[in-house]
Design a protein around this ligand. Structure first.
Ligand SMILES: [Zn+2]
Length: 259
């Protein structure tokens, strides 16, 4: 029985570490606090987790070269609070500055930059799964822009997490990659939790967003699907690359990385 309990704790620590980097450590700290205070884990874990998430880690991370992206800002926000709660919204100070600067292009339309997965707060080389490359603070995924049925720009998004809601169901690159055996190319479709199906892809403001990001960042790479690069009239931008069939579809979000 005791062994089963220990294995249960190890399982929770591994899952929390993979998902949030810090969560496994917080679980251990909460266990120690529970033991000291003779208080149940169901109370100590959420309180300790929130203290680390909202106060301690945002204060400590800059010593390790990473800063937290804004969570409650009107110009730049996570598409889902999950990214902030899971410590998945840390970047280098330079990338944060670039994003904040680019968000000013959208402010006059009353729309914002919504980010998805970025990086964990600590250690280069610690991957933020399933994105193997999001491991150095220099990468961030950003949601496309959308408009309402009557054509107005909106901060609402069609899907809950921002992955898997493809703007072009007929994607020639997807067919090509799948035919070459890259079965994982559209695996993000399983993450698509549709919440606002009446929204339409806003080509114009997604283009403004991409141009603004490229204007602010230097030595960067930006990934979207090749057919979208053409459709948005961005063919002249050499920084916009095809990520390759070994990655996943990028007609649901933008991947930005700086050097
Ligand atoms: Zn990415």
């Amino acid at each position: 029985m005791k062994l089963l309990k220990i294995l249960g704790h190890i399982f929770i620590i591994v899952v929390l570490t993979v998902l949030t980097q810090i969560g496994g450590l917080i679980w251990v700290i909460a266990l120690v606090i529970s033991y000291w205070l003779k208080c149940k884990k169901r109370y100590t874990f959420p309180i300790t987790y929130l203290a680390f998430n909202l106060i301690l880690i945002p204060l400590i991370a800059p010593c390790f070269g990473r800063v937290q992206l804004p969570v409650f800002d009107s110009a730049i926000k996570p598409q889902s609070y999950f990214y902030a709660l899971a410590f998945r919204n840390y970047v280098t100070p330079e990338l944060k500055y670039n994003l904040k600067d680019a968000s000013t292009d959208l402010m006059y339309l009353d729309i914002q930059i919504n980010y998805l997965d970025a990086n964990f707060p600590f250690f280069d080389g610690f991957p933020l799964l399933p994105h193997l490359s999001h491991n150095d603070g220099k990468k961030v995924d950003i949601a496309f822009q959308y408009k309402t049925a009557d054509g107005k720009p909106t901060n609402k998004k069609p899907s809950l997490l921002g992955y898997g809601n493809y703007v072009n169901l007929e994607n020639p690159t997807n067919n090509y990659c799948k035919s070459k055996g890259f079965w994982q190319y559209d695996i993000t479709k399983y993450l698509n939790l549709n919440i606002n199906s009446d929204l339409a892809f806003d080509k114009e403001n997604t283009k403004t967003l991409i141009q603004g990001l490229l204007y602010r960042t230097q030595n960067e790479k930006l990934f979207i699907e090749p057919h979208l690069k053409e459709e948005l009239g961005l063919k002249s931008y050499s920084e916009i690359r095809f990520h390759g069939c070994q990655a996943v579809r990028h007609d649901d979000h933008i991947h930005l990385q700086i050097k």
